[in-house]
Design a protein around this ligand. Sequence first.
Ligand code: IFM
Length: 778
Amino acid sequence: MGHTIKNKFSEQLQEYVSSGEWMIVQEDYKPEENLKYESLFCLTNGYLGTRGSHEEGTARSIPCTYINGVFDKSETFMRELANMPNWLLLRLYVEKELIGIENCEILSFTRALNMRHAALVKSVCLRDRKGRETRIESVRFISRKHVHRMAVKLYVTPLNYSGIIEAENIIDGTVINFCDAPRFKVKHTYLTANEVLEEKGAYLETATRDDHLHEGCGTCVQIVQGGRDVVKTNMFHSFGEQAVEFLDFDVCEGETAELTKYAVIYTEREVKKEALKETVQKEMRDFRETGFEAEFAMHKECYERLWQEADIRIEGDGELNKAVRFNIFHLMSTASEFDSHVNIGAKLLHGEEYGGHAFWDTELFMLPFFAYTFPEKARNLETYRYHLLPAARENAAANGYRGAQYPWESADDGTEQCPDWTIEPDGTCYRCYVAVYEHHVTAAVAFGIANYVRITKDVDFLLHMGAEILIETARFWMSRCQYIEEKDRYEIHQVTGPDEWHEPVDNNVYTNYLARWNLRYVIELAKTLRQEHGEAYTRLSERINLTEEELAAWNKVQGKIYLPKKEGTQLLEQFEGYFDLKEVLIDKYDKNDWPVRPEILKTTKTSETQIIKQADVVMLLHLLGEEFDEETMKLNYSYYEKRTMHGSSLSPSIYAIMGLKVGDSSKAYRYLRRAAFLDLIDLQGNTREGIHAANAGGVWQTVIFGFAGLWTDDGGRLHVNPRLPGEWKSLSFRIHCPESWLQIEIDEAQEVKVTVLEGKETDIFVNGELKKARRISQ
Ligand code: IFM
């Protein structure tokens, strides 16, 4: 396999191609698959992301470059990531014929994402209308070393002709968001400069329409043959919102010319607008001096390091291993190690859906991956929530609550960015209530912080940022709890739990448990901080007016929060009244063993039945497992499993993990496959809108928490209880625990070997038995 893919590319591209286990390959060109591949082949570096559009542009395309943190609303529904000018466009013409994938006959085609080194490679052979055949091979990367640099290199070989090739290096500022969705179309930027970059090259500057935040993009093209510059003419033109550089060069049959397009982007988030162009020019000079190959070598080194930390090896299940890598690749590429003012959108930086907004997806699905593999990125994700704490306080106050209420959808300023109205493609408008009722996101933020601190032992973060959030979210829950005198209990009314097909409800058991957990956690935390960090605790509690009386009041309430369940049993009731709904069970499964929508839902509203969208009670078991005994977990898992349609990509991974925990491994492996291949085979039909980020985090959790059975207890001790499926020969991965970096290997006999790669030797419990993890040398 590895051999085959390498053979698809000529010698000059071998440096950019890895063996098959690292390559996601597109074997043929089908225009109807363009949008999907644009998401699958999107490249990101923590700063920006560029979708995998073709360099020359195609009819069906959503060419997007998003810079994380650059949001704009204008006349659309919400602040969304603004589509930046398209830096990628590079067109070649022979006698006015565009040599492009859609203008020519395709004689051969291979495109592939090299996940190991984050490069997109392509090899095509095209025949134009006059019978001229041209081979174009290309490689593209977005530098991880210098995040403002991007480049594409084309190797162009005329196979049966000689002549002149004209090239257009374009920066296209006409791009809009949702270009193929008439009701959502919006232009987020306006032009502020369109000029030569510096003697040569193109420079386009735009600004966002609401905040007038400037972004400058510079590109230039170098054309060489046999190491010699072969550009004959070079001209710049500014065409409205397009900056275009024309170049031409002679080609001889059978000889390859190399065109390198260098691109640089900066925004006013990094430099003052007066200095934008100069900064872009300087970066471009440095970039060109470094050169494509040397920059790529540095970028490649960065990826070698990233994979050293994050790779998961599954022996015996190659295709699944590759799919797992695919999810890790996009997740780790998108997170930022240098910017704590940005988060990760539900579709990463890979597509338009959800406007780049962060959801509970970050804390509960993605964060565990980062906390164990890239703790500094995890800290940034949590610090983002701290920066937005003032907005969360305002949000709570505006809704009549106390403390801090985090928005269901969060962009750059912390205000609610979930639209009030949604328009379906058929034109139906409906009021969208998720932001009004899905209060559980606030519990997720609190849980994420506690979890991050438990895994990393980052006490500094806890003292300076985390504790304050936890206290303010506890205050929010206090103000959400309503005392019901006749029942002598506290209830939380009018919420939507994770299952969005029943909204709103009273006493969603997931929400109530997490509210109680938040209150209890802070009561305990206050005790610990008072004892161990007295001064810091006093400073904090004075600053935010936290008194002993307030804590005592919380203690009273938490003990009386209503947690619905079936009388006389341990069966949790998803919300008050759920058991009274029509009992509908999933009794048919499709050829992939996936639930078939019960017939009755054609005539009965889903909300009137017990059919649910996604893990809700089972999500609770996943998060707060230590609060339930084994029997309770089993009972609830099997009850809700029969009622869950997995209508959200956030569901299968949680069922896989919990299935394994309760001893029902029958479906876990299939759930994992579904999650791992979800975008690769476009299972939900919406991969064109971006990569399902929470699902990607869920894939990681399923392998590590599910099959390896890894967890950290409250004392910070690591446990591994493996349950590898029969399909696997072995599983190995690396994780950071507070004082060491470990390699964990599990074989098919479920034997575990733990090696300390760096840091202190550490204790680890394997199936409950204490073992010492040692360095390799001992
Ligand atoms: O956060 C999720 C939600 O749980 C289900 N719908 C999609 C959202 C974003 O991924």
